[in-house]
Design a protein around this ligand. Sequence first.
Ligand code: ZN
Length: 122
Amino acid sequence: MATIIPLPSREAHPDRDAEARRRMDRLNRATTGEMQAALAFLNMIDPEAFDIAFQAAPPHLDDLPDGDPAPACGRCGGPVALFPDRALTWHHYRGAASTSGDQEIIDRGHDPQVEWRHPDDF
Ligand SMILES: [Zn+2]
């Protein structure tokens, strides 16, 4: 019995780079509705891949307990922020996050790896 949704078939000797480029082209052309349908389908056929894919996106506020998520460095756990006078790039800093102008950019010896964390996770 044929499936309702056509499943992609694989070539015997696939060109992985070309396949990756084709998938990115497809993603770049997709509408929001198409992306939502594709992720809903992925959720049905491979829930683990669905969860892995969503690690690339900041957590949705409805999925978190009370409190706003804040950016932190995934390497050292320190707070990070975008600084408008530094070409809007991420930097480690010290000082109060809630008071504008009280932050001092610090060098921790590596580029920040930005992750979004709930305040309870700090
Ligand atoms: Zn760091």
